[in-house]
Write a protein of this length. Structure first.
Length: 99
């Protein structure tokens, strides 16, 4: 048979073990929450990066389109029907004259 002191000691050990288990469980939950938060932050950062890249690409496409439009307008002004100055000069020379 065990004495009261031994029983109390065993009970205290069990209680201490339960407290350790609870702390370990809380620590694991906290680490899990931190990982979830870090993953969310990384995902948000990736989303922002993708969005910036998409905006940059759209801006470049808009600039390219504007440049092509300007080139077409220049060609129209120079050639009247979309032909460039070189072609008009060549045609004029073939006809025996100049521009």
């Amino acid at each position: 048979m065990t004495s009261r002191g031994e029983m109390r000691g065993m009970r205290e050990e069990e209680e201490e073990e339960e407290r350790r288990d609870e702390r370990d469980e809380e620590d694991m939950e906290e680490k899990k929450d931190e990982r979830v938060e870090e993953d969310k932050e990384e995902e948000d950062e990736e989303d922002r990066k993708d969005e910036r890249e998409e905006e940059d690409m759209e801006e470049r496409e808009d600039e390219d389109e504007e440049e092509r439009k300007d080139e077409r307008e220049e060609e129209d002004e120079e050639g009247g029907d979309g032909r460039g100055r070189k072609k008009m000069r060549r045609e004029a020379m073939d006809e025996g004259g100049g521009i």
